[in-house]
Design a protein around this ligand. Structure first.
Ligand code: KIV
Length: 283
């Protein structure tokens, strides 16, 4: 059965962990969907890990629509959640509804994600048939207001506030809530307190599921890697070694060899009626 919002509720009820991963392009989406994840998040983390910005703030609606369309195309049948970028939902509910709707209508997403606590907006989106994933704790679009990419909910007051925000999002109709960089005990408390499935990133083991940024998991990044991220591969270094080997081959004349070259047909004395066909392997 393909994943839907009902799968999140069902898995929470059965205590089966929900697996979410980010993707930003068709090929990666196909790869992660083929690996059997429950849902793909087209995160605005694209702005950092794909486009090279220092924060997610510069990401635009057009960019997110492009990434979302690519992911939907690459992973037919996957449950795709599109992240609403900074200023696409904070400037009034009408504009937010219009932008959220574009992800479903123009890009083929199945749900949207928004950061922070605006239960009124969530209720409105849900009432017109747009499933919403909430996002509390470290909300990267508020990086400057938070004083950096810092763990949240560490004081009693902050923890109590976060539980109240999660309950309000739950009542408003979020099918799921991301909890980013909060203490594990707080994430466990929220998970108990809400019907929505909690999806943790840097929020410990008690969440109903986990989300990871694909680049962190594949080791496809340079520089800072968040403490909560686990590397399962070393794509950056492997990729660089492959490119070094290619460069060496080109420089010493070892590539292309006969195997990767096109030979003219043996001379027959006749004029060929058409150009030899170029198959997909000779793009
Ligand atoms: O943008 C993103 O990838 C996210 C996840 C880290 C939850 O918001």
């Amino acid at each position: 059965m393909p994943t839907s919002v009902l799968t999140f509720a069902e898995k929470k009820r059965r205590h089966e962990k929900i697996v979410v991963i980010t993707a930003y392009d068709a090929l990666t989406a196909a790869m992660v969907h083929g690996a059997g994840v429950d849902a793909i998040l087209v995160g605005d983390s694209a702005g950092m890990v794909f486009a090279g910005h220092d924060t997610t703030l510069p990401v635009t609606m057009d960019e997110m629509l492009y990434h979302t369309r690519s992911v939907v195309r690459g992973a037919r049948g996957a449950f795709v959640i599109a992240d609403m970028p900074f200023l696409s939902y904070q400037c009034g509910h009408d504009e937010a509804v219009h932008n959220a709707g574009r992800f479903l209508k123009e890009a083929g997403a199945h749900a949207v994600k928004l950061e922070g606590s605006d239960p009124g907006l969530v209720a409105r989106l849900v009432s017109i048939g747009i499933p919403v994933m909430g996002h509390l704790g470290l909300t990267p679009q508020s990086v400057h207001a938070l004083g950096g990419f810092r763990a949240q909910g560490k004081t009693m007051e902050a923890a109590a506030r976060l539980v109240e925000q999660a309950k309000a999002l739950d009542i408003a109709g979020c099918f799921s809530i991301v909890l980013e960089c909060v203490p594990s005990t707080l994430a466990a408390q929220v998970t108990q307190a809400v019907g929505a499935a909690t999806i943790g990133i840097g929020a410990g083991i008690a969440c109903d599921g986990q989300v990871s940024v694909i680049n962190d998991l594949l080791g496809l990044s340079t520089g800072y890697v968040p403490r909560h991220a686990k590397r399962y591969a070393d794509f950056y270094n492997e990729g660089q070694s492959a490119v070094r080997a290619y460069a060496d081959d080109v420089r010493k004349g070892a590539f292309p060899s006969a195997e990767h070259s096109i030979e003219a047909p043996a001379a027959t004395g006749r004029t060929p009626s058409a150009e030899p066909s170029i198959d997909s392997t000779s793009r």
